[in-house]
Design a binder for this molecule. Structure first.
Ligand SMILES: [Zn+2]
Length: 432
């Protein structure tokens, strides 16, 4: 049994006026259904909470778990959600008229999943969808990709042209249409089987990578890739200038609307450049190396709130460095994800090692001290006097650490392959 993997291919759509209106109608209907069912669920949940509270108040002997067992928990299954959607469609016929039934169903399943997550204690209570932040919908099937003619068939909307930027691979499983600052995009999720043959990676190409601020990454063989930040500076200045100008514009005026659109486009451009850079860097790494060792940085998914508001350089330096930090973390996280799936496709190995003291350990005598790295760029052992470039030294330490980790990893790898491919299904989708 070979392992299955899912990748998403993203294309820019070129809808005509009628199609764009249909996109908006679809999104609007989805949002309406989502929010309407959320209201209903909220009422049910409120009732449940009240019952729970009253039971606990009246009989103090009951503990929370016992009280919970007595109360009727809001029914949570796919059928109840589908039934609720059916009722909603009867009540509001425009949903049938302006949207596709499967698209609506997908949106309702999203809500179901959100609730499932919430009751498992893994996520917050589902929130209402807002008009400006959520324009999109998903087809689970029925769409067709006509690559030769650069168009995609969406049920009830018809053939929509798209910019054929790259060839699609695997079997298309679903398609999501979403609005971004500069237009509509289709993200086609495809599934394909990973090569089942056991590939013996060329261990001579094994490399350690040290992630950094000044240099984006440094390799254990001394090569490095410069940070992107200096290249982004002009764009960032433009954004800052525009933001200052917006402050002086009249709220609600056409002028400010135009400025906000321009701002959104600039942010999008910046994100695109960054993403492109991460793809190029990871592709290069995977092309040259079969075995890559990185630090196991526990990077949390940074929250996206407040991103635009602190973006005011010159004034609040501390907040700004904090922002840079989170952006950097996000970039590293993405880079590692890209590395991982690209290596997987190639049949290579990614090893994560404990990052503790990698920049402070002397490779000659093993002495660990903060003093080994008094200067940012130079590593100098206080015990034996060994000297090296600090980042290269860290990368070499990272590679060295994999010596112990490698065997364990390979054992994991084979074990993972023998198991059912369920894990591949669950792994988060990566946008190419
Ligand atoms: Zn030493």
């Amino acid at each position: 049994m070979s392992e299955l993997m899912r990748l998403a291919f993203k294309y820019k759509l070129c809808p005509n006026r009628r199609q764009e209106q249909a996109f908006r109608n679809f999104s609007g209907c989805c949002r309406f259904a989502y929010n309407a069912l959320l209201v209903k669920e909220k009422e049910d949940y409120q009732e449940y909470l009240e019952e729970l509270e009253s039971r606990q108040c009246f009989s103090e002997a009951l503990n929370e778990d016992e009280a919970k067992a007595l109360c009727v928990k809001p029914l949570l299954n796919q059928y109840s959600f589908n039934y609720a959607l059916k009722r909603l469609k009867e009540e509001y016929p425009f949903l049938k008229e302006y949207c596709h039934s499967q698209v609506l169903q997908q949106k309702v399943m999203d809500l179901y999943e959100a609730f499932k997550k919430f009751f498992k204690g893994k996520g917050g209570y589902p929130k209402f969808k807002k008009r400006h932040s959520d324009n999109g919908f998903r087809y689970p099937q029925g769409f067709k990709v006509d690559e030769d003619n650069g168009r995609i068939f969406l049920p009830k909307i018809g053939y929509v042209r798209y910019r054929n930027s790259r060839k699609i691979e695997g079997i298309p499983k679903n398609v999501t249409v979403r609005q971004e600052a500069d237009g509509w995009y289709a993200s086609i999720q495809c599934e394909f089987e990973l090569n089942n043959h056991v590939i013996v990676p060329n261990l001579n190409t094994a490399i350690g990578i040290d992630m950094g601020v000044k240099r984006f990454l440094t390799l254990s063989d001394g090569n490095f890739i410069e940070s992107l930040e200096t290249k982004l500076k002009p764009l960032e200045n433009k954004i800052a200038l525009l933001q200052r100008r917006i402050k002086h514009k009249v709220k609600g005026s056409n002028n400010i609307k135009k400025a906000y659109l321009k701002l959104a486009l600039l942010h999008k451009k910046k994100a695109d450049i960054r993403n492109n850079f991460l793809h190029q860097a990871s592709t290069l790494m995977v092309k040259n190396h079969d075995l890559i060792v990185i630090e196991d940085l526990k990077i949390k998914n940074m929250s996206k709130s407040g991103k635009g508001t602190i973006d005011n350089p010159g004034k609040n330096v501390k907040a700004k460095s904090g922002l840079n930090r989170s952006v950097l973390n996000e970039a590293w996280h993405k880079f590692f994800t890209y590395l991982e799936y690209k290596l997987k496709l190639k049949g290579g190995i990614l090893i994560k090692v404990d990052p503790k003291h990698t920049s402070q350990t002397c490779p000659q005598c093993g002495h660990i001290s903060k003093d080994n790295r008094k200067e940012q760029a130079i590593f100098k052992c206080v015990k034996c006097g060994y000297e090296a470039h600090a980042d290269v030294n860290a990368a070499q330490n990272i590679l060295k650490r994999a010596g112990l980790a490698r065997i364990a990893c390979q054992a994991n790898l084979t074990r993972g392959r023998q198991q059912e491919p369920a894990e591949a299904y669950n792994s988060s989708t990566i946008v190419v």
